[in-house]
Design a protein around this ligand. Sequence first.
Ligand SMILES: NC(=O)c1ccc[n+]([C@@H]2O[C@H](COP(=O)([O-])OP(=O)(O)OC[C@H]3O[C@@H](n4cnc5c(N)ncnc54)[C@H](O)[C@@H]3O)[C@@H](O)[C@H]2O)c1
Length: 255
Amino acid sequence: MGRLDGKVALITGAARGMGAAEARLFVREGARVLIADVLEEEGRALAAELGDAARFQRLDVSQEAQWAEAVAAAEKLGPLGVLVNNAAVLRAASLEEMTLDHYMGVIAINQVGTFLGMRAVVAPMKRAGKGSIVNISSVDGFQSKNGLIAYSASKWAVRGMTKAAAIELGKHDIRVNSVHPGGIDTVMGNPSGAAREYVDPFYRNQALPRVGLPEEVAAMVLFLASDEASYCSGSEYLVDGGWHAGTRTESLPGA
Ligand SMILES: NC(=O)c1ccc[n+]([C@@H]2O[C@H](COP(=O)([O-])OP(=O)(O)OC[C@H]3O[C@@H](n4cnc5c(N)ncnc54)[C@H](O)[C@@H]3O)[C@@H](O)[C@H]2O)c1
């Protein structure tokens, strides 16, 4: 028995990184998955790897008109039960140097894309009788860093929007939660593809002193997507190696 047997999931930004790890795990656990992304070559290759249980659909999450097509493509696989709003971009600039176009570009994908995705699946999930929406925020949805004014704003927004949607949709047995990864070894988290021996030291002062793996986030997303999380909604799930808990401080005992 798979933990997602009989479920259909639409995962955005699933051509690579954490979205791809989720697609692989979901299929292994019995789901049929629509891989939605702007990266066509990578998305199609992953769908081919996963066989009959997966399809690829080109979707730019910031484009309202494309969502209806993506949802229709997912429903061809069966009643839509899971949406993972995972697609996002990290484009950094200082507050003084960030143009309005730059700022709005990040918000359009990370924040508006999540809104459009949640709105697009309400009717299909009502038809299906229940559903689970997992919005991928970040540890930067709790805190921030220099250079991340747009990214962090979008990820705080995702955390807030999750709660409003959860409160509205709970009466239809549609659950909505946010997941908050810390530093994860993907193109976004490790753009140069540096080896672990170079990446891990950046995390030496957090509780688990290493970078995280996409599969470690996928495990949490799987739980929230599955019926095991039937009483979980409107909540926040950190998968950050303890980053948000605080830092190891050499000058104090117990370091
Ligand atoms: N990697 C990290 O350290 C980290 C930390 C915290 C949160 N996150 C979040 O995790 C999620 C996954 O990130 P990742 O690390 O796998 O990044 P990634 O860059 O490897 O993958 C992101 C995917 O989103 C897709 N995408 C980008 N814009 C899109 C659009 N407009 N429409 C559709 N797809 C689009 C990309 O093509 C790519 O396939 C993101 O929401 C990210 O903000 C990542």
